[in-house]
Write a protein that binds this ligand. Structure first.
Ligand code: UGA
Length: 439
C-alpha cells in the first residue's frame, strides 16, 4: 500500500512515520522547503520522544520520503491524509483555508481512486467541504475519477505521541461506504494488536468525537481546578479529594490533576471552536463556556498567591521559573501558562529568571530578551525572592533544597503542580504555596 500525508507538523509527521513503521510506503508533503530538506536528512524539527529514531530507521529502509510537490506526492497513493494546520480565526472558529486548499490541489492532480482523509481537527461537516472542493476541481478538469472522503481524528498527546499512535486506545474513522472502510481497515490493521477497537461511524459523528473528547478532558481539568480553589477556602486538601473521587471507576483517576490551567495547541482551540459551532447552531454550550472561564482564571492563580504574599509592587523582586512548556516532555509553548505568569510578574515590575529542560529555544520566540535564560534549574534560582514551579518536568521532583536555600534570597516556593509535600516543605523551613492545599 502507499499513502500520502500532507502537512509535516506534529500530527502529520507522527502519522507518516508510524505508518512507515508498519511497512507501508509513505510520502509526506509539505510546502516548507527547508523543513522537507531537514526531514530528508533525518532531522526532526519538533521535540517528541522517540520520533527521531523512528524516522531515521524508516528513512534508511526507504519506507518514507518527503517532498514539496503534492502533485508528485499523491501519485499512486491509496489514501491521502490531510494533516495541515487549522489555526483559530479571530472569532475562535477553525480556519479551513489550508485544509480546503490541499483538497483543491488533490483534485487538480489525482488520477486514480483515493480515500481522502481529514486528520486535522476540523469542525463538524468539514469532510464534506473537502469532498466538494475535490469534486469541483475534478469537474473543472472534466474527468471522472472516483474518490471517497473519510474523517480520522487524532488522539495523540504531545510527549507520548509515538506510543499513542502505535498503541492507540481506539481509532475512530468516519466513512460513507464500504470501499473507504476496506482501505482504512487494511491501513490500521497493524495497530490493533492490543485489542483496542477500530470504530467506524458516520463522518459527522467522527468529527464530533474529536471535539467531544478534548472538551470532556478540558472539563475534567477545569472542574478540578475549581474544586481545588474551593478546597483552599474550606481547608480541604485537593490531593486527597482527587484520590477519593478518582477511585470511583465512573470518574477515573486520570486527568484530574489541578494546576495552572490547561494550555497547548489543542484544548484551548478546540473548546473555543466547539462553543462557536454550537452558537452557530443556536445552542449555547454553557458547561464549556464555564470551562473556558475557569481556565482563564486559573492561569493567574499563582500570581494571585504571589501578590497575597509579596504585595502588588514587585519592583526590585526577582523570580525563578521552573518549566516553560505547556506540559512536560514537549518544547511546545503554545498557550503555555508560564507566558501569562511571566507577563503578569513583569507588569508588576519583577525580574524573571527561567529554566526549562527543552523549551528554552522555543520560549525565546515569545519571551525575547525580557527574561534571563538560566543554564540550569539552580542557576534560575540565584538571588530570587521566590521559585515558581510552572511545569512538572520530572527533573524538578527532587531538587536539593539545601542548595536552593543557600542561593535564594527568600525561602519561598509557589508550586503550580503540587509536586512537593507541604509538610516536608515546612520541615525544611520553606514558605510554600501550592494549588488546593494548605499553605
Ligand atoms: C490533547 C489530548 O489529550 C489528546 O488526546 C489530543 O489528541 C490532543 O490534545 C490534540 O487534540 O491534538 P495535548 O494537548 O498534547 O493532548 O496535551 P495533554 O496531555 O492532554 O494536556 C493538556 C493540558 O492539560 C496541559 O496543559 C496539561 O498540563 C493539562 N492537564 C492535564 C492538567 O492540568 N491536569 C491533568 O490532570 C491533565
Amino acid at each position: 500500500m502507499k499513502i500520502t500525508v500532507v502537512g509535516t507538523g506534529y500530527v502529520g509527521l507522527v502519522t507518516g512515520t508510524c505508518f512507515a513503521e508498519t511497512g507501508i510506503d509513505v510520502t509526506c508533503v509539505d510546502i516548507d522547503k527547508k523543513k522537507v530538506q531537514m526531514l530528508l536528512n533525518g532531522e526532526v524539527p519538533i521535540y517528541e520522544p522517540g520520533l527521531d529514531n523512528l524516522l531515521a530507521r524508516n528513512l534508511e529502509k526507504g519506507r518514507i520520503t518527503f517532498t514539496t510537490s503534492l502533485a508528485k506526492g499523491i501519485q499512486g497513493s491509496d489514501a491521502v491524509f490531510i494533516a495541515v494546520g487549522t489555526p483559530p480565526d479571530e472569532d475562535g472558529s477553525a480556519d479551513l483555508k489550508y485544509v480546503l486548499g490541499v483538497a483543491r490541489e488533490i483534485g487538480q492532480h489525482m488520477d486514480d481512486y483515493k480515500v481522502i482523509i481529514t486528520k486535522s481537527t476540523v469542525p463538524v461537516g468539514t469532510s464534506f467541504k473537502v469532498k466538494k472542493a475535490v469534486q469541483e476541481e475534478l469537474d473543472k478538469r472534466k474527468v471522472d475519477i472516483p474518490f471517497d472522503v473519510a474523517s480520522n481524528p487524532e488522539f495523540l498527546k504531545e510527549g507520548s505521541a509515538v506510543d499513542d499512535f502505535l498503541k492507540p486506545d481506539r481509532i475512530v474513522v468516519g466513512i460513507e461506504n464500504d470501499r473507504a472502510q476496506k482501505t482504512m481497515k487494511r491501513l490500521y490493521k497493524p495497530f490493533l494488536m492490543n485489542g483496542h477497537p477500530l470504530l467506524f461511524m458516520d463522518i459527522f459523528s467522527s468529527e464530533m468525537t474529536k471535539y467531544a473528547a478534548n472538551s470532556m478532558l478540558a472539563t475534567k481539568i477545569s472542574f478540578m481546578n475549581d474544586i481545588a480553589n474551593l478546597c483552599e477556602l474550606v481547608g480541604a486538601n485537593v490531593d486527597l479529594v482527587r484520590k477519593g473521587i478518582g477511585s470511583d471507576a465512573r470518574i477515573g483517576n486520570k486527568f484530574i490533576y489541578p494546576g495552572t490551567g490547561y494550555g497547548g495547541s489543542c484544548f484551548p482551540k478546540d473548546v473555543q471552536a466547539l462553543i462557536r459551532t454550537a452558537d452557530e447552531h443556536g445552542h449555547s454550550l454553557e458547561v464549556l463556556k464555564a470551562v473556558e472561564n475557569v481556565n482563564y482564571r486559573q492561569k493567574s492563580k499563582l500570581v494571585e498567591k504571589i501578590k497575597g504574599h509579596l504585595g502588588t509592587n514587585l519592583n526590585g523582586k526577582q523570580f525563578g521559573i521552573w518549566g516553560l512548556s505547556f506540559k512536560p516532555k514537549t518544547d511546545d509553548m503554545r498557550e503555555a501558562p508560564s507566558l501569562v505568569i511571566i507577563e503578569q510578574l513583569k507588569a508588576m515590575g519583577a525580574q524573571v529568571r527561567v529554566y526549562d529542560p527543552v523549551a528554552m529555544e522555543e520560549a525565546k520566540h515569545s519571551l525575547g530578551e525580557t527574561v534571563v535564560y538560566a543554564k540550569d534549574e539552580y542557576d534560575a534560582c540565584i538571588e530570587v525572592d521566590a521559585l515558581i514551579l510552572v511545569t512538572e518536568w520530572s527533573e524538578f521532583r527532587m531538587p536539593n533544597f539545601r542548595i536552593l536555600e543557600k542561593i535564594m534570597n527568600q525561602k519561598l516556593i509557589f508550586d503550580g503542580r503540587n509536586v512537593y509535600d507541604p509538610e516536608e516543605m515546612r520541615e525544611l523551613g520553606f514558605q510554600y504555596y501550592s494549588i488546593g492545599r494548605e499553605t
